[in-house]
Design a binder for this molecule. Structure first.
Ligand SMILES: Cc1cc2nc3c(=O)[nH]c(=O)nc-3n(C[C@H](O)[C@H](O)[C@H](O)COP(=O)(O)O)c2cc1C
Length: 207
């Protein structure tokens, strides 16, 4: 099947087959797609927890409206936005180091970009930074979803959980906020209904 057929094949899986976990190779490909996703300034201002431990999944399920995906999925990917402005500022320094390999001349050349990035973060409120980081999570979520479909691995994007409670369960540092889940596994059953999508006319305007 081609890419678009695979997008039609995928669905928000409600229950996974616990006897058919995702292979390490499949998981690694999904994580690579997430890592390759484009992000604002390339800062990748999020961190992903990959939860495989069943006890941990069960704890998370209690704060996720008892949705079955949580403890039947093979891996629960938890996208956490980096929220703290100081932390983001440090990330800009780390990004420059990564991009230049620490070379002083290259660093000097990147100084205008660094100042521009730092200035733009400084201007934002704490809430704006948290919102900006959470948007990056969703872009990466989309890449993970598409990669899973392409690999014929089932998945479910999920926002139906108590974020503060999940932060506590994962003992997240103050600068990380759980934002969205991607549960991956192999479907227990095929979807019970056909896909529902609005028409092209509804969705697109060609000028
Ligand atoms: C950001 C986001 C959050 C979602 N949260 C949940 C969720 O908590 N539980 C769930 O069963 N489905 C969840 N969904 C799945 C959507 O309901 C589903 O993608 C949509 O109805 C379209 O169906 P399809 O993905 O099967 O094509 C979520 C989807 C997105 C993109």
């Amino acid at each position: 099947m081609g890419f678009l057929d695979n997008l039609k094949w995928r669905f928000a899986t409600k229950e996974f087959d616990v006897d058919r976990p995702v292979s390490k190779e499949g998981l690694d490909k999904i994580l690579t797609a997430i890592r390759m996703a484009p992000t604002s300034y390339g800062l990748q201002s999020f961190h992903v927890y990959v939860v495989e431990n069943l006890d941990l999944k069960k704890k998370i399920k209690t704060r996720s409206f008892l949705q079955k995906q949580i403890d039947t999925c093979s891996h629960l990917l938890i996208f956490c936005a980096r929220t703290d402005k100081k932390n983001i500022s440090q990330r800009i320094d780390d990004y420059i180091d990564l991009a230049t390999g620490g070379d002083k001349v290259k660093k000097l050349k990147m100084q205008p970009a660094k100042l521009m990035m730092k200035g733009s973060i400084k201007m934002k409120s704490d809430e704006d930074v948290a919102c900006w980081s959470s948007k990056q999570c969703y872009i990466a979520l989309g890449f993970g979803l598409a990669a899973a479909a392409e690999l014929n691995i089932d998945s479910c994007p999920m926002e139906g959980f108590d974020k503060k409670a999940v932060d506590k369960i994962l003992q997240l540092p103050a600068n990380l906020n759980s934002t969205v889940f991607l549960a991956v596994g192999n479907r227990k059953e095929d979807p019970s209904r056909a896909k529902i999508r609005f028409s092209n006319e509804d969705m697109f305007t060609h000028n």
